[in-house]
Write a protein that binds this ligand. Sequence first.
Ligand code: UDP
Length: 240
Amino acid sequence: MRIDVLGVGFDNVTMDQALSEGVRLMNTEGPHYVVTPNPEIVETCREDREALEAVQAADLVLPDGIGVIYGAKMLGTPLKGRVTGIAFAQGIMERMAENGKTLYLLGAKPGVAEKAAKKLQAQHPGLRIAGTRDGYFQEDAPVVEAIRESGADVVFVCLGAPKQEKWMKKNGEATGAKLLLGIGGALDVFSGEVKRAPRAFQKLGLEWFYRLITNPSRAGRMMKLPLFLVHVAKEKRRRK
Ligand code: UDP
């Protein structure tokens, strides 16, 4: 049973539970895919039916943003905690390295995925990279074919939301991969192009605030967060 937050159902799992499910999915015939919505994506799903369907059809829906955790709590149906896409991906790579699984990195600007591949291989000895490709392509078919030919077990799909969710639903099967993860700007972080917020911000659930002050062009997008909280408050009243 998923926990509903404004129409999006979230799996109520701890990081450990999410990772064991991820490993199970990676070891069984696919395609399977994982999404990690934050409040911004929940708001997008309220306006974009195709995005909502792509999120709901995922095998795992993990609560990435602290806003989702607050929202679920305010609605009286708390979630166990945050499971961020980046931390989940790190956990999956550890397990992939132990089991000789191969990873394809798709997304971000040209050159970023290659840089991320080098750093990730250094961080996770034994991790095998099947291939990389930037996220600014016009046609899906050649990209899907390249992934299929690489024989990758797992694909990180980093095209931003909701593009990556729709892409995974549409193309997941044809890639031949067992597990796909839609994790937005993760390759920018893995490559070192963008720094993750300092630990203190992460602990306080203030990563969004750090990203806002270091990258003010995100302000427009972030206005969806207060909107999300208003919608949660309305939904709470409606449920009473
Ligand atoms: N991106 C891409 N192709 C596109 C649009 C975006 O590969 O057509 C990449 C972009 O370069 C960035 C990531 O997708 O690396 C999205 O990052 P952002 O922080 O905007 O996404 P979020 O994690 O907030 O969804």
